[in-house]
Design a protein around this ligand. Structure first.
Ligand code: ADP
Ligand code: MG
Length: 366
């Protein structure tokens, strides 16, 4: 029997298009001898579609195409999705053995979809609810890293409401603690959306207003000098780290345009780093992954200043870009694991974690 793999893609985040590209690569590479692949596309409005070729329908904008609306049922006795109207060949539901949520950013990487799959009793790739949501929120992530003595930069955070009440207080605090330039970010976002670098008080004010459009909490960070080094992590209880890679952004920093639009940012794999720094980032990558109780996969991003021998953890991405040319799978390829072997491993890890959790008690036997 082939395993039925649901591939969730598209979605309601700013990374909808990136998700479609990642999913197309994944669907193509999944071994069809082992897996029956069921693509499920989510529109930008949040309608779930399956049945024909939802990727094509979403990419072309010709919706719904020959697809039908479906929804994951929180009742674990279904263990899959239901067709809202009658599905192909009169079916009313479809069981799934495992789901790959190829959804970057909001409503995908932040624990929301993970919660739904958890209720539905379907194994899924990547971290659970806690790892996903904590990894997506920059403030919580930093607090956990601090607690675990992982190296992070200085930061200040506040609610947009607190800023609105008295922005002068926050401006003074930021200038005193962090200085310029500094980075202003919505706490819970990705893809560099809403992020700015400020060189003075006026720019800082404008940047906070911008970040406040995306989240109710804002984090301001000191500027960290250094090369951008990334490491892929794979595993559950004993995760492994890949060789590191380096991003050379095409703009002043790795903003949305440099990431997805102009195509001039470079990936250097493996990164040319001194062996002792390579060993250090790999070790820190695993620690950053486990500190947030992550499982499955994660890409940890660092700033490395070789001259000063300083390493700072910037962030974790628990559903990193996954096209054939994305950093996460490329780093595994450079570490000896091919793209399709990586998919096999991730599916196995998802099922292992699910089976392990199934053994746990959830209620007293009275
Ligand atoms: N504190 C910082 N110092 C220097 N550059 C930064 C800092 N924070 C972010 N950047 C730059 O901005 C980019 C996006 O920031 P990041 O925190 O990774 O946000 P996202 O989660 O949206 O990817 C980074 O890849 C880096 O180029
Ligand atoms: Mg980033």
């Amino acid at each position: 029997m082939k395993l039925k793999v649901g591939v969730l893609c598209g979605g309601r985040s700013g990374e909808h298009e990136v998700s479609l590209k990642s999913a197309a690569s994944i669907i193509e590479a999944l071994d069809k001898e082992k897996y029956e692949v069921i693509p499920i596309g989510i529109t930008k409005e949040g309608t779930w579609l399956a049945g024909d070729d939802p990727l094509e329908a979403l990419s072309s904008g010709k919706l719904p195409g020959n697809n039908k609306p479906v929804f994951i049922v929180p009742d674990p006795s279904v263990g899959g999705f239901m067709w809202l109207k009658e599905g192909p060949s009169g079916k009313s539901f479809e069981k799934l053995d495992v789901v790959f949520p190829v959804l970057h950013g909001t409503y995908g990487e932040d624990g929301t979809v993970q919660g739904l799959l958890e209720l539905a009793g379907i194994p899924y790739i990547g971290p659970g609810v806690l790892g996903a949501s904590a990894g997506m929120d920059k403030v919580i992530m930093k607090m956990v890293y601090q607690q675990n003595a992982l190296p992070i930069g200085k930061y200040v955070y506040f609610l947009k409401k607190e800023w609105d009440e008295n922005n002068e207080v926050w401006l003074d605090k930021i200038e005193e603690k962090l200085g310029y330039p500094c980075f202003i970010k919505p706490s819970n976002m990705g893809s560099s959306v809403g992020i700015s670098k400020a060189k003075g008080r006026k720019e800082l004010s404008e940047a906070v207003e911008e970040a406040g459009l995306w989240d109710r909490r804002i984090v301001v960070e000191e500027y960290i000098k250094g090369r951008e080094i990334e490491v892929s992590v794979l595993g559950n209880d004993k995760p492994a780290a890949s060789v590191p890679g380096e991003i050379v952004p095409s703009s002043d920093f790795y903003d949305y345009k440099a990431k997805y639009i102009d195509d001039r940012s470079q990936l250097i794999i493996p990164a040319e780093l001194e062996p002792h720094l390579t060993a250090k980032v790999r070790d820190l990558a695993v620690k950053s992954f486990t500190a947030l109780d992550c499982t499955g996969m994660g890409r940890i991003d660092f700033f490395v200043d070789e001259k000063e021998e300083k390493i700072i953890v910037n962030e974790i991405n628990t559903i990193p870009g996954f096209t054939q040319v994305s950093m996460y799978p490329k780093l595994w390829e450079a570490s000896g694991l091919s793209y399709s072997e990586l998919l096999d491993r991730l599916i196995k890890l998802a099922i292992e974690r699910f089976d392990e959790k199934k053994q746990l008690k959830t209620a007293f036997d009275l």
